[in-house]
Design a protein around this ligand. Structure first.
Ligand code: NAP
Length: 218
């Protein structure tokens, strides 16, 4: 499975403000690029926090829909399953909604969408298990639109092939979520990338990086 991520970041690497309310950092051009990436994906994956902020279908714009290879999966990864179950996401016929959570969170719940429960120990679904659930459903190209919590785990698992970044002309500062949060990497573990494309347009720069496998230097 090919796994790509797409994130709009401020100049200081933040993906939202400290208020953590829904905010779109990018321009219309960034939106158009997001739409094309969605059209090329079999599934779009977010974490619970990102979903709570914007609980709507992740679909390409109408102009890009013809590129879709079928009805895309929209997957949400959640420990708590504390999600707005009345959201239009659950009823949208153009997507296949999927909830991935702990098996314990599913007990006694009736959900308006297909759900899969991680039966193992601990609160965190392992990234390989998440990928396995998607692969079993025929996903060959996954777009990760998660925040820094889940994206860090994908990077830590060496599960990202390419990162699309839009560098936005903003500075956020303070206690705001960033591209990769989590426990962080020590110097010896830093994830390294190779620049594939850098395209300035207006005040933004559209970046595409290929992730180097852990231990590789170039
Ligand atoms: N600028 C951008 O392009 C961009 C992109 C994405 C998000 N954002 C913003 O970033 C902020 C969210 O950041 P975030 O890092 O908290 O988002 P996130 O990674 O998408 O969501 C975090 C949540 O995902 C679930 N989760 C993470 N790892 C898990 C695991 N291993 N097993 C089970 N569940 C797991 C948990 O959900 P539960 O809490 O439900 O248990 C956790 O609270 C929001 O403000 C959002 O709007 C911006």
């Amino acid at each position: 499975m090919k796994v790509v991520s797409n994130t709009a970041i401020s100049l200081d690497g933040r993906i939202n403000t400290r208020e953590r309310r829904f905010a779109f950092f990018g321009s219309d051009r960034d939106h158009a690029r997001m739409s094309r990436l969605r059209a090329d994906a079999d599934a779009v994956l977010v974490g619970g926090a990102t979903f709570r902020n914007w609980p709507h279908p992740a679909l390409p714009d109408a102009v890009d829909r013809a590129r879709l290879r079928g009805r895309p999966w929209n997957a949400v990864v959640s420990r708590s399953l504390d999600l707005p179950l009345e959201a239009d996401w659950f009823a949208e016929p153009a997507i296949r909604p999927l909830l991935l959570t702990r098996a314990a969170s599913l007990e006694g719940r009736r959900l308006p969408a297909e759900a899969e429960g991680w039966p193992g120990e601990g609160d965190d679904l392992p990234v390989p298990w998440i990928l396995e659930q998607l692969a079993r459903r025929g996903v060959e190209r996954l777009l990760v639109e998660a925040g820094g919590d889940l994206l860090f785990q994908f990077l830590a698992a060496d599960a990202i092939d390419e990162m699309y970044l839009t560098l936005c002309p903003l500075v956020v500062g303070g206690d705001a979520p960033s591209l990769a949060d989590g426990a962080g990497f020590d110097l010896a573990e830093l994830r390294r990338m190779r620049l594939v494309a850098a395209e300035p347009e207006g005040d933004e720069v559209f970046l595409r990086y290929e992730a180097l496998r852990q231990g590789a230097t170039r």
